[in-house]
Design a protein around this ligand. Sequence first.
Ligand code: UDP
Ligand code: MG
Length: 317
Amino acid sequence: MTKLSVVVPCFNEEDVVELFDARMRQVLDTLAVDYEICYVDDGSSDGTLGKLREIASLHPNRTQYASFSRNFGKEAGMLAGLSKAVGDAVVIMDADLQHPPELLERMLELYHQGHDQVIARRTREGDKKIRSALSRTYYRAVNRWVDVELTDGVGDFRLLSRPAVDALLSLPEYNRFSKGLFSWIGFDTVTFDYRNAAREGGETKWKFSSLVNYGMDGLISFNNRPLRMALWLGMMLTGLAALYAVWVVVNAITQGVDAPGYVTLVAIIVGLGGVQMMMLGLIGEYIGRIYYETKRRPHFLVKETHRSLGSTTAGRT
Ligand code: UDP
Ligand code: MG
């Protein structure tokens, strides 16, 4: 019998985690699988950990949980869950029931047909108009730049076969942009659509600024093409400046000298200053990443676990 692990990162989800657990087990019990649910409490400041303890005492054999010493982010939560999961297939799900548990049956079916990654792609119905328009534009722009294919609506909700999980775990980088990593590892991938549900309780952890930051990560995490772009922009501007200088000289010779243009000058200086700052910032982003990578710090620290979740010390994978 297939063993299925369900990985659930939770950050301040006390309002929904029990509901999630109940619905999840209801669905899992109808499927012909052996299963475990692996919760990762990502340093919640509410009663999430307490709820997880209760769940674990109700279903001691089919539950794992790990609780982080602080909030390390969803990427770290997923990584912890993946590294602790023992199933032949692993599904990653949000705790807020936006990922309908009922889709598991379909996912398993596709897994049994031999696919290594089964991706559930959400339609953007029910999203704020502006947010879905922004993300569409973002994906269109970003796919020109990055080496991997990023698709709008494709998130972390997916089933991974054991080989795919092991491949992900073999990527040691500290800055993890999972959307890209999932795509980078390849394997036989299949995608199907589902209607996104509204959150069952609690609230989203994404502020606008964190979305913008996430978008930047996507651009910068996969190659150095943005740096190449800086180089091109620099060359273009230098070329333009040279042409302009020639034009000024020719003009001065043929028409005589005449020196208005104060505003133009200021605009050019300020504009170029802006471009330079941006490019410096871009270089800084890459150097910052190198800095974090060289520290080789663990992705997360675990303070409490239930069942095979190992020791209470650092969880490097
Ligand atoms: N999450 C997490 N750590 C964080 C932020 C979020 O583990 O720092 C979890 C959260 O508990 C939920 C999932 O990631 O299970 C998705 O978060 P959310 O629903 O806030 O994102 P959205 O659905 O709005 O994209
Ligand atoms: Mg959500």
